[in-house]
Write a protein that binds this ligand. Structure first.
Ligand code: AMP
Length: 430
C-alpha cells in the first residue's frame, strides 16, 4: 500500500516523503480512507503506531480549500501539554506545503495572547480539555467544527477530564465527524465512545492492551536496595546511548536521580512537581542528547516521542498495569526495535503477573550476575507479608463476628446519628 493509493494529495505526499515515510502503517492504511469519507472512527491503536498521521493527514486534506468567514474547523483534544506540542509539530510538518493555520491551546501560556491569535483566524486547534474549556467559556465558538479528535482518550479519562469533555461535546455542531483514539480499551472509554461517536467504524490494530511486537521485554529480579546499583551497572556496562527510566513516585524519581549522579550519570527528571516550562526544557535537552538518562514518572509516559529511543527501564513497576503498556510504548515506535527492561523486587514479582495477564504474554524473568536477590531477605520478607496478610484476615473475621453479635439496626434518632458520625470518622481516617 502507498499513501498515494490511499488518496493523499500531492502537497502532503511530498511533505511526508521529506520525513522519510515510505509506506503507511497499519492504522494509517485503515484510518485514512475512513477519515476522508467523513466516517466516525473508534481506533484502539497501540502507542507509536503512527496514529497522528492517521488522523492528521486526511484532516489536513479536508481543509485544503479555505472557507472564508469560518471559525475553527478541527479540534484535537489531547491529555497533556507535551502530547499537544508533539501533535502540533507533526501537523506543521505535514502541512508545510499548504496554507493552514494551526494553533495550540495549552495551559502555561498567556490566555489573552491566545485569544488574540484565535481572532486572527485559525483552522485547527490542538488543546488540552481544561484550556479549551477556558476559551469556550470566554467566547470561543465551536459552531464551525467539522471534525473532533480525541487522542489518547483513555489517558484523558484517567486524568479526570471526563467532565470537561462532556461539557465541550454539546458545543459542537450536530453534524460533525468524531475520531476517537485510545491505546487501551476500558469501560470508561467504551462509555465515552457511546456518548461522542455516531455509527463509528472500528479499527483495532493488534490485540487490545498488547505491547508492540518489536519490543523485547524482560524482567531482572533484584533486591529493592540494589536496584539503583543495577541500573547504573546496566547503563554503564551496556553502554546504553539514551534511556528512559520510570519510577512509581515523584519521590523515588528524585532519590534515584541523586543515586545515579553519585555514579557519575548525568540525568534529567520529569515529573508532576516540575513546572511545565521545566518539563519541556528537560525533554528538549534529553532529545538533544545533553544527558542520556531521563528519570520520569507516569505523567511522562504519554505524549513522549523521542525518535529511535531504544531502551525503557521500569525501575519500579507502575501501580496501574495499563501504564506498563504506555511506558514501554515509548520504545519500538513505528516498527523500530526496542528493549523494555523491568527491575523487579520480591513484591513486584506478584505485580508483574497482572501486567502479563493484561498484555497476554509472559515477560521472561532473569538475574544479572552479581545482582542476584538475597534468598534470606526474600524468605524474611515473604514471611512478613504472609504474617501481615494472615493477621489482617484474622482481625477482619473477628471484627465481623463482633459486629454480627453486637450490632443492631439503629432505630432511634440518637442511634442513627451515632452510626452516621462513626461512619464519617472511619472514612476520614481511611
Ligand atoms: P505516533 O504514533 O503518531 O506518535 O507516531 C510515532 C512515530 O512514527 C513518529 O515519530 C512518526 O513521525 C513516525 N511515523 C508515523 N507514520 C510513519 C510512517 N508511515 N513511516 C515511518 N514513520 C512514521
Amino acid at each position: 500500500m502507498s499513501f498515494e493509493k490511499l488518496g493523499i494529495i500531492k502537497p502532503l505526499l511530498s511533505a511526508i516523503a521529506d520525513l522519510g515515510y515510505k509506506s503507511p502503517t497499519t492504522v494509517q492504511t485503515r484510518a485514512i480512507p475512513l477519515v476522508l469519507a467523513k466516517s466516525d472512527v473508534f481506533a484502539t491503536a497501540q502507542t507509536g503506531t503512527g496514529k497522528t498521521a492517521a488522523f492528521g493527514l486526511p484532516l489536513l486534506q479536508r481543509l485544503r480549500k479555505p472557507q472564508e468567514g469560518k471559525g475553527v474547523r478541527v479540534v484535537i483534544l489531547s491529555p497533556t501539554r507535551e502530547l499537544s506540542i508533539q501533535i502540533y509539530e507533526d501537523l506543521e510538518k505535514y502541512a508545510k506545503n499548504m496554507k493552514i493555520n494551526i494553533m495550540i491551546l495549552v495551559g502555561g501560556k498567556d490566555l489573552e495572547k491566545q485569544r488574540q491569535k484565535l481572532k486572527e483566524g485559525v483552522e485547527i486547534v490542538i488543546a488540552t480539555p481544561g484550556r479549551l474549556m477556558e476559551h469556550t467559556e470566554s467566547g470561543l465558538s465551536l459552531k464551525d467544527v467539522e471534525a473532533f479528535v480525541l487522542d489518547e482518550a483513555d489517558r484523558m479519562l484517567d486524568m479526570g477530564f471526563t467532565k470537561d469533555i462532556r461539557k465541550i461535546h454539546p458545543l459542537l455542531p450536530k453534524r460533525h465527524q468524531t475520531l476517537l483514539f485510545s491505546a487501551t480499551y476500558s469501560e470508561k472509554v467504551r462509555k465515552l465512545s457511546k456518548l461522542v461517536l455516531n455509527k463509528p467504524a472500528f479499527i483495532e490494530t493488534g490485540k487490545k492492551n498488547s505491547t508492540v511486537d518489536t519490543i523485547n521485554q524482560k524482567a531482572y529480579l533484584v533486591d529493592t536496595t540494589r536496584k539503583a546499583a543495577l541500573l547504573a551497572y546496566l547503563i554503564g556496562s551496556r553502554n546504553y546511548p539514551q534511556v528512559l527510566v520510570f519510577t512509581r513516585t515523584k519521590k523515588s524519581a528524585d532519590e534515584l536521580a541523586i543515586e545515579l549522579k553519585k555514579d557519575g550519570l548525568k540525568c534529567g527528571i520529569l515529573h508532576g512537581d516540575k513546572t511545565k516550562a521545566n518539563r519541556l526544557k528537560t525533554l528538549t535537552q534529553f532529545k538533544e542528547g545533553h544527558f542520556k538518562v531521563l528519570v520520569a514518572t507516569d505523567i511522562a509516559s504519554r505524549g513522549l516521542d523521542i525518535e529511535h529511543l531504544p531502551y525503557v527501564i521500569n525501575y519500579e513497576l507502575p501501580s496501574i498495569p495499563e501504564d506498563y503498556v504506555h511506558r514501554v510504548g515509548r520504545t519500538g515506535r513505528a516498527g523500530r526495535e526496542g528493549e523494555a527492561i523491568s527491575l523487579i523486587d520480591i513484591y513486584e514479582k506478584y505485580d508483574i503477573r497482572d501486567i502479563e495477564k493484561l498484555i497476554g504474554q509472559k515477560i521472561p524473568q532473569e538475574t544479572v550476575e552479581g545482582f542476584e536477590p538475597d534468598p534470606t531477605i526474600r524468605r524474611k520478607d515473604v514471611d512478613e507479608v504472609k504474617l501481615k496478610a494472615e493477621h489482617k484476615r484474622a482481625s477482619g473475621k473477628k471484627e465481623r463476628k463482633y459486629n454480627k453479635n453486637t450490632s443492631s439496626v439503629p432505630t432511634t434518632k440518637k442511634q442513627m446519628k451515632a452510626t452516621k458520625k462513626k461512619r464519617k470518622t472511619t472514612k476520614r481516617d481511611g
